[in-house]
Design a binder for this molecule. Structure first.
Ligand code: SOE
Length: 380
């Protein structure tokens, strides 16, 4: 694994846990973690359960005892690490969004396609599609329970930088993160809604806004929080993004991604309305899917609250008895399980780099739309 901060901790937990709850055809071994700071990476290895450390990702990628490279670093480093790993014949899991630009994502996708010819697999980490309620939502749509889809409504709401004194971090710098709320969290709802609907976004009309464009530099930073230090730096990404989207299949989409929704910590709200029924989900109640079946008699119909903890629900059978809910970290475990199974079976993982590239094109189109005040088509 390269990187060991917030996402690195979530991925480490997943690699440690996957084979303890799920039957896996291969057993992940947490051979090495890489990071530039020798003390920091050593402490992380100890805490997160890695056998050894490297202070250069290149050294990690060249090791014979590494078969898979898990990239948990900021976006501006993804392309170089991922392409080198694929060229060295290593399977790759890359955190989302795939890259900081469409060009980088295209190069990574080409590298993944070349490597696939030699049986090397590549997956992009849109973990939320592996929340059981989201996987169930996709099944219901695929089974035709919603009929023809009319509306897709999606919001990803956080508030961790609503305080203007919250310090600058890499997620607020364009050269490191590519974009702000748009790419960091908007990318998730693009992937989730396309996954649930089995459809894709055809064109967008977007608005980006930065509410606080100068912030204190951090004296220290960990995960999403930090302490303000001396001096200030410029915020070079969007704080909030909204966009309208037309889906290829005809549904109308309304999307909102913001880090300024005061009081909302990690609310991912998705509602889909079709000719036969509707679905509604909120990550802050992630074990629940609300389903309205329009074919129910009006007198007894209404949204039903499905507690997605039955053994027959996606992924759930490997965990706890019904009603014993799961959390944020479990979707990362599901991601590790699916990737290991694909590697063993020689099948292509989803979401593929091509899927990650398509999301990148939607992100770029929203930015261009906001800059030019126009609708933008998503190129194929
Ligand atoms: C920060 O907004 C963040 O950690 C994202 O980077 C993750 O992808 C999301 O799952 C939680 O929030």
């Amino acid at each position: 694994m390269v990187g060991y901060a917030f996402m690195g901790a979530a991925h480490s937990h997943a690699w440690r846990t996957a084979g303890r709850f799920f039957d896996l055809p291969l057993r992940p071994r947490m051979t090495a973690v890489a990071g530039r700071d020798p003390e920091g990476v050593a402490a992380a290895a100890e805490r997160l359960g890695w056998e050894s450390t490297e202070t250069s990702w290149r050294a990690l990628v060249e090791r014979d005892d590494v078969d898979l490279v898990d990239v948990c670093t900021p976006g501006h480093t993804h392309a170089e690490i991922v392409i080198a790993a694929l060229e060295a014949g290593k399977h790759v899991l890359c955190e989302k969004p795939l890259a900081n630009s469409v060009e980088e994502a295209e190069a990574m996708t080409r590298a993944a396609e070349r490597a696939a010819a030699d049986g090397v697999r590549a997956m992009v980490g849109f973990t939320y599609r592996r929340v059981p309620a989201i996987a169930l939502a996709r099944q219901l749509v695929a089974d035709g329970r919603l009929g023809t889809l009319h509306h897709v409504r999606a919001q990803y709401l956080q508030d961790w930088i609503v305080d203007p004194q919250a310090p600058l971090s890499w997620r607020l710098e364009k050269d490191k993160a590519g974009s702000g709320s748009l790419g960091d969290i908007g990318a998730h709802i693009i992937d989730m809604t396309q996954f649930i609907t089995g459809d894709h976004i055809r064109r967008v009309s977007g608005r980006l806004r930065t509410f606080v464009d100068e912030r204190p530099l951090p004296s220290e930073h960990s995960g999403l929080s930090g302490t303000a230090g001396a001096g200030t730096g410029r915020v070079t990404v969007d704080d909030a993004a909204t966009f309208l989207a037309d889906f290829a299949g005809g549904a109308m989409g309304v999307f909102e991604a913001t880090r300024f929704a005061n009081g909302r910590k990690n609310a991912i709200r998705i509602e889909i309305n079709g000719s036969q029924g509707s679905l509604a989900f909120d990550f802050e109640d992630m074990n629940v899917l609300h389903f309205f079946d329009g074919t129910d008699p009006a007198e007894t119909g209404g949204f039903r609250r499905i507690l997605v903890t039955e053994p027959g629900h996606p992924y759930v059978g490997a965990w706890w008895p019904p009603g014993h809910v799961i959390g944020y970290e479990h979707s990362f475990v599901h991601q590790a399980v699916d990737l290991v199974r694909d590697i063993a079976a020689g099948t292509d993982p989803a979401p593929s780099f091509a899927d990650g590239l398509q999301v990148q094109r939607v992100l770029a189109a929203v930015e261009t739309s906001s800059d030019t005040d126009s609708w933008q088509e998503i190129s194929a």
